[in-house]
Design a protein around this ligand. Structure first.
Ligand code: ZN
Length: 376
């Protein structure tokens, strides 16, 4: 048994701490790589000598949540408001004051629209930009548990960058932006709503090419003027939509993950996995497909479903029109009590999605047939 254990550790050291198995095994504050390496070096010396010495980078843990960061007054007040809401929903500490926020614009009712960045923004502007992941939560304010989910992602990233979880080096090669509460006005209502303070469904307000022709027409006919799906008077009329469009323009994401509830599906919008260019040659986006399948597998085979996009939706704007692979994770419910369960289910999928390099080349021959992808 010990032998098997040692071999396993040796294997994981040889391959680095990148695999998700390592990530799961080490997801405890008390386990760190240096302790394990010590164990190996002494035991291995007595048994079989290792041909090539394995260099193990010592993980230096930096203190977590050790100080409140200087926030401007608006963000500081907002953090207090978030902390109070977290207590109300039984979610523990948001750690809002310990997170480095960016803020440019405000919601209609005056709350700051905030986002946080992991990685260097400067390198993103270079000729060889990094793989960039944009994560959005709380686009619909009544889907409250996705908001906690984004804070779980932020807490997870803080642990990784401070050496409390593996993946630090891989993350250095990436840029991650998380906007946890896209539509605060609806989230902070006594009874949270899907639409924003001006009664607009922010996910129908993106300036897509079909907006002027279809958005209001379909809303009136197909959706019988359902107030929950009102696309607005005109595209991009809402601060929350401008906020998301500006994040996309500023960071030029390689992929977008947007978290909603309660459809219990993983939906993909973006470039076709198999398509043809003008010369008839096949264009393949293997990485986008690989990630979709990988995310589903890592979440106990979570259902992949091709949900349609709409005039003015993010999937249409970013995925369909801009070819940015856009993954919509629909959690099973908005039940505030299930936040821990959902994070436990999707943690590995999110971690690997962030580290999944969309630019890396994948052998086309290794792609499964289209039939293998469940779309129901
Ligand atoms: Zn939603």
């Amino acid at each position: 048994m010990t032998r098997v254990y040692i071999s396993l550790i040796l294997l994981s050291l040889l391959y680095g701490c990148s695999s998700i198995t390592d990530f799961m095994t080490l997801d405890k504050d008390d386990s760190n790589t240096s302790a394990q390496s010590k164990k190996i070096s002494t035991t291995e010396a007595k048994e079989a000598p290792v041909a090539e010495p394995v260099k193990v980078q010592k993980v230096v843990k930096k203190p977590l949540w050790d100080k409140k960061l200087p926030q401007n007054q608006v963000v500081s007040n907002y953090c207090k408001k978030i902390e109070k809401k977290f207590r109300h929903w039984g979610w523990g500490y948001s750690r809002c004051m310990n997170i480095k926020w960016n803020n440019v614009r405000k919601s209609h009712l005056g709350d700051p629209l905030i986002w946080t960045v992991y990685g260097s923004e400067e390198l993103q502007k270079s000729s060889n930009p990094k793989d960039m992941t944009l994560i959005l939560c709380g686009v619909h304010g009544d889907e409250i548990t996705p908001i906690k989910f984004c804070f779980d992602i932020i807490h997870h990233l803080e642990k990784v960058v401070n050496g409390h979880l593996p993946g630090h080096e891989e993350l250095e090669d990436k840029l991650v932006v998380v906007a946890p509460i896209v539509t605060p006005d609806s989230f902070f209502k006594r009874r949270p709503t899907r639409t924003n303070a001006r009664g607009v469904d922010v996910n129908r307000n993106f300036p897509t090419k079909d907006w002027n022709r279809d958005a209001l027409r379909l809303w009136k006919t197909r959706y019988r003027s359902d107030k929950r799906r009102y696309p607005g008077e005109r595209p991009l009329s809402e601060q929350e939509t401008i906020f998301q469009v500006n994040l996309i323009k500023r960071y030029n994401p390689s992929k977008i993950i947007t978290v909603h509830a309660p459809l219990s599906i993983l939906d993909y919008d973006g470039p076709e996995f198999h398509s043809h260019n003008h010369d008839g040659a096949q264009i393949v986006v293997p990485n986008a497909q690989e990630l979709l399948i990988q995310m589903s597998k890592m979440a106990n085979g979570y259902k992949i479903k091709n949900y349609p996009f709409f005039p003015g939706s993010l999937g249409n704007y970013a995925g369909n029109e801009r070819n940015i692979p856009t993954y919509t994770l629909e959690l099973p419910t908005s039940d505030n009590r299930k936040h821990k369960k959902y994070w436990a289910t999707f943690k590995d999928a999110i971690h690997s999605a962030i580290l999944h390099d969309m630019k890396k080349e994948v052998e086309v021959a290794t792609l499964p047939d289209e039939d293998d992808v469940s779309t129901n």
